[in-house]
Write a protein that binds this ligand. Structure first.
Ligand SMILES: O=C(O)CCC(=O)C(=O)O
Ligand SMILES: [Fe+2]
Length: 299
């Protein structure tokens, strides 16, 4: 049907039209029904070889960066929220990471889940070289108490950079858990993670490099034990609702990042946020940017 500028779903019409143009309607249906979707490489909206180039860049960074520069990497696997190595603050490392955020498919699906006032929450690479244990069942709503809002407060749009299969330590999803509005408990850890829950409640993601794995923050997910040699990596572009504080501090990004990303990147990283004011108080024009979110979850 033709989508009008319907007042009662303010914000959704434009996002939905973009989604339709980009061929994402099936993905949206899967997100609604199951809580996750996989956008294959041919639909990722990126130039040919994009994911390969991002992977090469990530490998360069992992070689150049001292692993222990990242606090989490200094802790034992048993203590950390996720197993393996993590690389943070990617936007300033190379323009390819800016392009990964500004990609029209990534942004449209982000805006669909977080509303048009969505902001960038974080960008992080999960990198595992050689065999690795599983990351426990969790949802990405760090610090959000239950009941989690039925509309998620954040979402995960992940660039898959290496083949993701059970044996390479892929992500595992619990379909439908996005509707439960709570974090998983210790009783919802599958047997392969040492818990009591049947393993077949968890579904492994199979995805080729260049795919986007997409799920809202309320979705329960874990990873499978990685039994293979070699590298397995994905880069998360996480978006959040306008009222959620970003996980990353973007105030130190060089001007070159903003020059490359343009005004929409500036907005995404909070440069137009009404929050964070001093004595002069918030700017009315910045407050206006979140106005539509008063009406619907799509604003
Ligand atoms: O790769 C991992 O170990 C964890 C990934 C994860 O939980 C995520 O992308 O949200
Ligand atoms: Fe996660």
């Amino acid at each position: 049907m033709e989508i009008g500028n319907w007042k009662s779903v303010a914000g959704m019409a434009q996002t939905y039209r973009h989604a339709r143009e980009l061929g994402l309607e099936t993905n949206i249906a899967e997100l609604e029904a199951f809580g996750f979707t996989i956008i294959p490489p041919e639909k990722n909206g990126a130039p040919k070889g994009f994911a390969e180039r991002m992977y090469e860049k990530l490998l360069q960074i992992t070689k150049a960066e001292d692993e222990s520069a990242v606090d989490l990497n200094r802790h034992s696997d048993a203590e950390k929220p996720a197993y393996g190595r993590q690389i943070f603050h990617l936007l300033e490392r190379d323009p390819i990471f800016i392009d990964a955020v500004m990609n029209p498919v990534v942004r449209t699906i982000g805006a669909y889940m977080m509303g048009q006032s969505y902001r960038l929450f974080s960008m992080v690479a999960f990198y595992k070289d050689g065999p690795a244990r599983s990351t426990h069942m969790h949802c990405d709503c760090v610090g959000v108490p239950p009941p989690l809002p039925a509309y998620s407060t954040l979402c995960n749009v992940s660039w898959i950079l290496t083949p993701y299969r059970e044996e390479t330590g892929t992500l595992g999803m619990v379909p439908g858990s996005h509707r439960l509005c709570r974090h998983p408990t210790q009783f919802e850890q599958p047997k392969f993670l040492g818990g009591p829950m049947d393993d077949d409640v968890v579904v492994p993601i199979r995805a080729e490099p260049g795919s986007l794995v997409v799920f809202p923050g309320n979705m329960w997910h874990c990873t499978y034990p990685k039994t293979t040699d070699g590298v397995r990596a994905h880069v998360v572009t996480a978006f959040a609702r306008n009222f959620i504080a970003a996980a990353e501090d973007y105030s130190d990004l060089p001007d070159s990042v903003l020059a490359h990303g343009g005004p929409e990147l500036a907005r995404l990283i909070g440069r137009k946020a009404w929050q964070g004011y001093g004595r002069a108080g918030p700017k009315l024009e910045d407050m206006a940017l979140v106005r539509a979110a008063y009406e619907t979850p799509y604003g």
